[in-house]
Write a protein that binds this ligand. Structure first.
Ligand SMILES: C[S@@+](CC[C@H](N)C(=O)[O-])C[C@H]1O[C@@H](n2cnc3c(N)ncnc32)[C@H](O)[C@@H]1O
Ligand SMILES: [Zn+2]
Length: 640
């Protein structure tokens, strides 16, 4: 025995582990590296079994194989919690119409918690009266198959976590189809369904998502809920989804291709969504309006149209919940619901131009071409040119009454979800947003355009209110100002602010937007005295509206490595223990990502195959805890 493989392989993995440690692996791996001097072949034996990692989220316990074969992103818990909350409310509405009452765990009675308590109690009473004040007698609860319930498709299901959570947490479901075209994923979904004892509700499908949806687009086969949670863009699945959804059914769609949708690549955005994104302060809301535009446009091809229930921009992705209906007459309105965006490159002023015009003539609607543009060749405020973006959805992003019901259900039953507090914060902001004022400005951007110091958010909001305009925040951006005030009023307010907080004019270039804007006298006298109604309830109550960084290296995750190469190494080998002389045994306390583990083993092998004259090494990896000890372990082993 001359040397040991493991002794020579310490540096790379140590660095790698130190950079990325986010998931605990609780299993013991034993690998034998045997090197035959003559053939120079490397073999591996895996001794003992590799157990799965169990991830708990919501009511589900999900098995994950140790290699990175199937996708999982823990940071999307909020996405899954919110989806369970939304589908539950949707099921409550739908099943009430079928004479069924859904029973939600932890919910004793409908609790109405709201920002403006009195108004909403009144709303709740009116709603009760509307429903005849009587609760349906037949009930349905989570985990039980409801014959008259909703049919759900999770078209891109990966581990099946989301589908298992639907089965365990959303009442009133007839079936859940969890589909993924990866055979590893489908096998895992099946195991997870059994592990969570929901196989009676959850069917596994291993198909291309679009093909499955196309096959199910016949009226009798359509799904009541379709969830699309792809890597990056959902664009390839939208055509099939708008056809495979039932009448009034619910589409739940995630987009994580935010670089494209938020203006880094307007031309790519156009090719995927039929809309040009632009890099502007309001890009996150614009992204929401781009996906809604795309959905409405594709639905219109089949005489269908969308009704958004909730559209949120969260962390690194956006998520929309829309209902789809059929109706030739309403589809005619589609053009007038979309708008082009003119965005000034100098001062960020924006104007919307509807794509079509609709005018009521008694009970009849008249449709005509829109006229425009709403801006001249140069910006009237700063003299710079305009970029053209869109078309985007220019109608409301949410159904506020529906969002209020989701909000009431979650805040009245906070132990239901791990991220209830954040759901409450985000939805509270959503209910406060101005419905009819697309896009927004930010106070810091307005100030930086004219190089002055920044007014407080409340001062600026008060100035708009004093001037007779409406104003709200946006859940999509911290310092957003949504308002029905035109850009001329916004700049007048900033001019007044600058008078009290002067900038050094001599430092401004005469061609700069700041110089141009400040060269005009304001035509209104802005008042910055803070008004009580300038502070929205969600802000007063310090609700969790924006998330702190949830963990290191968070964000969209890389694709799982389908048919991972690493697996081929994990073949059991019959060892002849006579050949094992003086094995070196290293134990290391480590924490690492599943993604990392695969590449670690892979590199380990590449390294060892490059070595000559090594006979044997054994590595045992286990956890927990204390990743920082790993370096010591390895360096000690080497020096010994
Ligand atoms: C981002 S993951 C889904 C994550 C999952 N919804 C969750 O909440 O954990 C995307 C999944 O879509 C699957 N996929 C990608 N393209 C597909 C297609 N055309 N048909 C079916 N599945 C597909 C991938 O195998 C992958 O497992
Ligand atoms: Zn301008």
């Amino acid at each position: 025995m001359r040397s040991f493989v493991v002794c020579k392989l310490h540096f790379w993995p140590v660095c790698h582990f130190k950079q990325q440690n986010s998931m605990q692996v609780t299993d013991i791996y034993v690998f034998f590296f045997l090197r035959n001097k003559n053939t120079k072949m490397l073999c591996l034996a895996q001794c003992g079994s590799i157990h799965d990692t169990v991830v708990r989220e919501g009511k589900a316990s999900i098995l994950f194989p140790s290699a990175n074969e199937v996708f999982y992103n823990p940071v999307q818990e909020f996405n899954r919690d919110l989806t369970c909350a939304v589908i539950t409310e949707f099921a409550r509405d739908q099943l009430a119409q079928r004479g069924l009452k859904v029973l939600v765990p932890g919910e004793t009675e409908r609790v109405v918690v709201s920002l403006a308590e009195e108004k909403n109690e009144a709303d709740a009473q009116t709603e009760e009266k509307k429903n005849g004040g009587e609760e349906p007698a037949v009930t349905t609860t989570v985990g039980e198959k409801c014959e008259n319930g909703l049919r759900v498709l999770e078209a891109l299901a990966a581990s099946g976590l989301r589908s298992v959570r639907f089965a365990l947490e959303v009442p009133g479901l007839q079936s859940i189809t969890a589909n993924d075209f990866s055979t590893q994923a489908a096998a895992l979904i099946s195991r997870n369904a059994q592990y969570n004892e929901v196989s009676h509700l959850l069917q596994v499908s291993c198909r291309d998502a679009s093909m499955l949806m196309y096959e199910m687009r016949g009226k009798k086969n359509r799904y009541d809920v379709i969830d699309l949670d792809p890597y990056g863009s959902p664009a390839p699945f939208l055509d099939a989804a708008v056809q495979a959804i039932s009448e009034g059914g619910l589409l739940c769609i995630t987009c994580t291709d935010m670089a494209v949708m938020a203006g880094n690549s307007g031309e790519t955005c156009y090719s995927k969504y039929g809309s040009v994104s632009i890099k502007a302060r309001y890009c996150h809301e614009m992204a929401l309006r781009i996906i809604l535009h795309s959905l409405d446009q594709r639905a219109a091809v089949y005489q269908r149209y969308i009704q958004p229930l909730l559209s949120v921009s969260v962390d690194f992705y956006i998520r929309v919940f829309v209902r789809v209906f059929t109706g030739q007459a309403v589809v005619k309105n589609s053009a007038s619901k979309q708008a082009l965006v003119y965005n000034c490159v100098g001062c960020g002023s924006f104007h919307l131009q509807r794509m079509g015009k609709r005018t009521a003539h008694g009970k009849q609607m008249k449709y005509s071409a829109a006229t425009g543009p709403p801006v001249g060749p140069e910006c009237e405020h700063c003299g710079q040119r305009h970029q053209l973006g869109g078309p985007i959805w220019a109608e409301p992003l949410h159904d506020t009454a529906f969002v209020q019901r989701v909000l009431s259900a979650v805040s009245g039953n906070p132990s239901r979800f791990g991220t209830s507090k954040r759901i409450e914060g985000v939805l509270s902001m959503v209910t406060e947003e101005l419905e009819d004022a697309p896009l927004y400005y930010t106070v810091d951007n307005l100030s930086s355009t004219i190089h002055c110091n920044t007014p407080q958010l409340l001062q600026f909001r008060s100035a708009l209110l004093h001037a007779g305009h409406r104003v709200s925040l946006s859940h999509a951006c911290k310092n957003a100002i949504k308002t029905d005030a035109p850009p001329s009023v916004i700049w007048d307010i900033m001019r007044c602010w600058e008078k009290a907080n002067p900038v050094k004019r001599e430092k401004l270039s005469e061609t700069s937007p700041a110089f141009k804007i400040l060269s005009t006298e304001p035509s209104l006298q802005a008042c910055f005295t803070v008004r009580e109604d300038a502070n929205p309830q969600s802000r007063k109550r310090h609700l969790t509206r924006f998330q702190e960084n949830p963990q290191a290296f968070w964000g969209p995750k890389a694709r799982a490595k389908a048919g991972s190469k690493h697996q081929t190494f994990l073949r059991p080998l019959n060892l002849n223990w006579d050949h094992v002389m003086f094995p070196l045994f290293i134990s290391a306390d480590i924490r690492f990502k599943k993604t990392t583990f695969g590449s670690f083993i892979h590199s380990f092998f590449s390294f060892s195959s490059a070595l000559t004259g090594c006979n044997l090494g054994i590595l045992v990896l286990y956890s927990p805890p204390k990743s920082d000890r790993l370096g010591n372990f390895f360096s000690r082993s080497v020096s010994e």
